[in-house]
Design a protein around this ligand. Structure first.
Ligand code: DQA
Length: 149
């Protein structure tokens, strides 16, 4: 069974109460439970981690090397700023799908730039909590195809 780590970055612990008009009313706990349940239904063993700290996210990415088969990452605002996260992802050579609840390309221009995108298999954004489910489907299909990239 392929193992996938779903990582959430800063402020995503506040999902459900944080700007619900932008991010919806689903809590992080609900998102994580949905990821585990959907993962099981498509043959993935999903674990989850959230941190508001860039270094903790980097440590989790490093620890995924050799223990996980792929990553789903919503880096929150670090998406738009963190060369360190980008370098960590490039270093571990694991397939990663970038996720956002909101459509970052339809929002402020500073959200259009993603450092994660350049080291991700692809990006899914704008579908609320469903973005994570779509990311798991994409990762499962990728791992099944046996493609290296
Ligand atoms: C987000 C989009 C980011 O721009 C923002 O900083 C977030 C959440 C999203 O899921 O839509 O924290 O990653």
């Amino acid at each position: 069974m392929n193992k996938i780590l779903v990582l959430n970055g800063p402020n995503l612990n506040l999902l459900g109460t944080r700007q619900p008009e932008v991010y919806g009313s689903t809590t992080l706990k609900m998102v994580e439970e949905q990821c585990v349940a959907h993962g099981t239904s498509i043959g993935l063993e999903v674990s989850t981690f959230q941190s508001n700290h860039e270094g903790a996210l980097i440590d989790a990415i490093h620890q995924a090397r050799g223990t996980q088969n792929g990553l789903v990452l919503n880096a929150g605002a670090y998406t738009h700023t963190s060369i360190a996260l980008m370098d960590a992802i490039a270093s571990v050579e694991l397939p990663l799908v970038e996720v956002h609840l909101s459509n970052i390309h339809a929002r402020e221009s500073f959200r259009h730039k993603s450092y994660i995108a350049s080291v991700a298999l692809g990006q899914i954004c704008g579908f609320g909590a469903q973005s994570y489910v779509l990311a798991l489907d994409a990762l499962a299909a990728h791992l099944k195809s046996g493609d290296v990239a």
